[in-house]
Design a binder for this molecule. Sequence first.
Ligand SMILES: Nc1ncnc2c1ncn2[C@@H]1O[C@H](COP(=O)(O)OP(=O)(O)O)[C@@H](O)[C@H]1O
Ligand SMILES: O=C(CO)[C@@H](O)[C@H](O)COP(=O)(O)O
Length: 576
Amino acid sequence: MASDSPLYIGFDLSTQQLKGLVVNSDLKVIYVAKFDFDADSHGFPIKKGVLNNEAEHEVFAPVALWLQALDGVLESLRKQGLDFRRVKGISGAGQQHGSVYWGQDAEKLLANLDPKKSLEAQLEGAFSHPYSPNWQDSSTQKECDEFDAALGDPEHLAQVTGSKAHHRFTGPQILRFTRKHPEVYQKTSRISLVSSFLASLFLGHVAPFDISDVCGMNLWNIKKGVYDDRLVQLCSGVFEVEELKRKLGEVPEDGGLHLGHVHAYFVERFGFSPDCTVIPATGDNPATILSLPLRPSDAMVSLGTSTTFLMSTPSYAPDPATHFFNHPTTPGLYMFMLCYKNGGLAREYVRDALNESLKDTPAQPWANFDQVALQSPPLGQRDSTGPMKMGLFFPRDEIVPNIRKGQWRFTYDPSTGSLQETTDGWTTQDEARAIVESQMISLRLRSRELTQSPGNGLPAQPRRVYLVGGGSKNKAIAKIAGEILGGVEGVYQLDVSDNACALGAAYKAVWGIERQPGQTFESLVGQRWNEDQFVERIADGYQKGVFEKYGQAVEGFEKMEQQVLKQEAEKGNSKK
Ligand SMILES: Nc1ncnc2c1ncn2[C@@H]1O[C@H](COP(=O)(O)OP(=O)(O)O)[C@@H](O)[C@H]1O
Ligand SMILES: O=C(CO)[C@@H](O)[C@H](O)COP(=O)(O)O
């Protein structure tokens, strides 16, 4: 490619880091830069990217941290030699649901950015509130009850907005904000999602919400394509509805819309071309499904801080147990999602306990975990008729199912259906395989209605399972995922799988700028996709016998969850 050919940047503002990834028009990755919040930031007492107020179940992140991170990532790209003049388009992905509260001076400060100063040095005064509620927050039970009741019940709320009320969803979070910080709410000029906050920085004015990410608020009527008045009324609390509508702003339908050119700040400070265009940034999960030409029969599992299970589908079949969002680029398609709080960090707890019990922390901290997980038989069964070990491992309150934090261990006998809560026979070593199995069985249980038989008498399962996110480089997890989820063509990893989300955002920018009139994202990416270079088959998917054994385990797992939920409700510990 010519040395002046166009380049595109995708940013990923996730829980634990900001990444910037540069691709060319052929979708090839040219540069990657990363700013790890815990390791690379200074001045913020954060842990794993966030702060906690345990007493109120609040989890939140300092917005100024993200400004510092953006300064850092752009500097890193400059040091790597990126010629910013070649960058024709920018898009991004933000951790979903988080909200940023802009103050009265926001537009003025954004418009007058001084290229001699860092973003952090000049934008701290732009916010009415210094923190953004994080998706791990669970402080909004009262507000969730009100949202679910507003349209009758959780089923109706899910039908209209794609999801029942969830603690982390932005509508319940804003309602709680109006109650906890009424004066600050009044002084708030605009509210952004993390995705639109990112786009706002590049534009130099507050950007609109993205058509997919807006579905993570419990405010947007997906079928009608408008805010639901009853929900916006509820969300505005004691304040004027129109005032909240002004703070939220309009939502353009086109995910490839040209929002405007980058602000002069970026031209002068980094050498961007003045015609570099900002394309709407979306949520990190919607961006992840844009990292490859995903077919409706494929499944993606994102093993990040959260575990998410993603599918692209033409059918809108909302249910209180799952999520539907507008597809980020393609009208008529939807994104199906399951989201677990206890993903990467929960696996890390088991990994650390195992290393401790073995009195061995290897240079590759996952080495023991992987070895033990692979040596352990499926479901800890000593022989094919022995009891199956299964458990729930939730160091944080969980979303799926909605339950307080805790650990529960069981044995299940599939021949009699008998289930026993017991730690007898369980060792720390059993937990490495058991936690991966627990996470994967839960995904299989909840996605089975969406999968179909691939033919030849095979059971319903995905065509391919794509693993992405930080945990996807773990081959032991990939092997167990294939045994449980199936995947008639196998389990695949993207070449840059722990950057899938930034990659999807970069592809969104390519599509936004280079698409022909009416050309869909799938058509553009499909034409330029290089299967041999971009994906690798890393594990077998469907394996006759073991898939069916895990099918029996799914039945036991469902029973186990119901029993734990019932016990917790009886103890008065139920979160809902
Ligand atoms: N080799 C590995 N095996 C298993 N998990 C890993 C491995 N490397 C990283 N991880 C997990 O990846 C997680 C971070 O994933 P990432 O997608 O980068 O995060 P984010 O949620 O911030 O987007 C960490 O919590 C870590 O547990
Ligand atoms: O809450 C959700 C999705 O509903 C999370 O998936 C967040 O979007 C953050 O994800 P990661 O930081 O794990 O990428």
